[in-house]
Design a protein around this ligand. Structure first.
Ligand code: ATP
Length: 459
């Protein structure tokens, strides 16, 4: 079988995501709201699977990790201490002609050249990608990206922020975890949850959102072990990428230069992905020194040192932070999974999700929907299988070929068909079904009683 295409455009992915119930534009019937998207039935399942696998690999499979689910609204002093109130901003410039807002690095610039075609470095041509105007941009100004709201009735309302990252809630629970769980050192805290950033120019589907979800770890260490710990988490991030179907060749580590790193960071790696719109950040890994806990100790007046019972040392831990955006992960996974080949008469599209993250694990259907004896038997197989594997789906719409195409397009690894041989038309095949493999389209006959084990073996 010849593979014809596996590098989808953004339009292809956005359209499939909408058509098949993965991702819808937010507030659509009111014209949408920039930077917001809603996950549909298939998208929720995919996202849950990605989060569950991350939790399993980054938290449950280790004995040095603790999970939290902190409040999104927090005391605003937290964001003062962390530096977000003064520094969580992007440089904003506005096209004077059309008033379109840009983050400075999103503006197309062309170096100005002299008559001999030499670049005149000091002066660049700025082009508004919205209206095409050249060199008519406002002076840049810093724009704070935190969303502000008010907690309480209007008279005594307190200005609060929607958290711009989940890490803040983790640092707030560092002391609670020590006091309640008595962790041995080193240990880490993980959280999955929503974060909000008033991005100047949300764009590229679910890549740059104003409401996003993150999976973050703060791993507390002694300063002299940071290199080894950094490496440990770097390796785990690659393992996770492989497990969710992001090929090694699509993921690139960018060593962030000292001048581009946050001032407290001693080392940062951006894990970049080849999106159709260019190579851009997917995840980040940073060594944040003891900046966060020191700042919160100072800001709150509460001691945040760790006392090591064994060595009798008392110190402020340093931190390694793997930070993964869920939405960018969904996008990367969809882009990697998308395949088109020439199977069947008209060719087909299929999403080659690893079975662990596929929203639906198997589809059960009767060969013909107007034969009650086939439907009854198929229902029996479906009900029994669904007890073992809840993400099994029933489909008897259209002909069997169409059902296979539909399942291929949502990435279902297996299709199970109940036919007359299942009922015993050929006695030697009684109580067997066809099991179709999504990637090859090949079918085999297997006994009903082996179905569950066979599917669960790859989940
Ligand atoms: P960028 O440079 O692309 O704005 P960032 O460096 O500000 O990203 P971090 O603050 O390191 O991002 O956030 C950690 C992770 O959260 C990112 O690697 C990304 O996966 C995700 N993320 C950050 N901002 C957004 C956003 N606006 N929309 C979707 N995901 C985001």
């Amino acid at each position: 079988m010849k593979e014809v295409f596996s590098n989808p455009s953004m339009e292809t992915i956005i359209s499939l995501a909408k058509r098949r119930g993965f991702v819808f534009p937010g507030s659509e019937i009111y014209g949408g709201l920039a930077g917001t998207y809603d996950y549909g039935p298939l998208g929720v399942m995919l996202k849950n699977n990605l989060k569950t696998l991350w939790w399993r690999m980054f938290v449950e499979s280790r004995d040095d990790m603790y999970g939290v689910d902190a409040a999104i609204l927090m005391n605003p002093k937290i964001w003062e201490a962390s530096g977000h109130v003064s520094g969580f901003s992007d440089p904003l410039i506005v096209c004077v002609k059309c008033k379109y807002h840009f983050r400075i690095d999103q503006v197309n610039t062309k170096p100005k050249k002299d008559k001999e075609n030499n670049v005149v470095k000091s002066d660049e041509v700025w082009i508004c990608e919205h209206c095409g105007t050249k060199n008519d941009m406002s002076e840049p100004r810093q724009f704070n990206m935190m969303f502000k709201t008010y907690a309480g009735a209007s008279d005594d309302a307190v200005g609060v922020y929607l958290r711009p990252e989940t890490a803040g809630g983790i640092f707030m629970n560092y002391k609670n975890i020590i006091d309640s769980m008595h962790p041995k050192f080193p240990f880490g805290i993980a959280q999955i949850g929503k974060a909000f950033r008033n991005e100047i120019a949300p764009r590229d589907f679910i890549f740059r959102l104003r409401e996003l979800e993150q999976m973050e770890v703060e791993f507390f260490i002694k300063s002299d072990e940071w290199k080894q710990m950094f490496e440990q988490w770097r390796v785990l991030m690659h393992e996770y990428a492989r497990a969710i179907g992001i090929q090694d060749s699509a993921l690139h580590e960018l060593e962030v230069l000292p001048e581009d790193r946050a001032h407290y960071s001693e080392r940062t790696i951006d894990f970049e992905f080849d999106y159709p719109f260019g190579r851009k950040e997917l995840w980040g890994l940073a060594y944040r020194t003891d900046f966060d806990l020191s700042a919160h100790e100072k800001g709150s007046g509460v001691e945040l040192k760790y006392f090591d019972e064994v060595t009798k040392e008392k110190f402020i831990p340093h931190v390694i932070e793997p930070s993964l955006g869920v939405d960018r992960t969904v996008l990367a996974v969809l882009l990697c999974a998308y395949h088109k080949d020439e199977l069947g008469e008209d060719g087909r599209v299929y999403l080659a999700f690893p079975p662990t993250i596929a929203p639906i694990k198997a589809m059960v259907s009767p060969l013909l929907k107007n034969k009650p004896e086939l439907v009854e038997k198929a229902r029996e197989v479906y009900v029994a299988l669904k007890k073992d594997i809840p993400q099994v789906m029933w489909d008897d719409n259209g002909n069997i070929g169409k059902r296979y195409r539909r399942q291929d397009e949502i990435g279902t690894p297996f299709c199970i068909t109940i036919d007359f041989d299942t009922l015993g038309e050929k006695p030697e095949l009684k109580d067997t079904v066809t099991l179709r493999d999504r990637d090859t389209g090949s079918q085999e006959r297997i006994p009903i009683k082996e179905l569950s084990e066979r599917i669960q073996a790859v989940l």
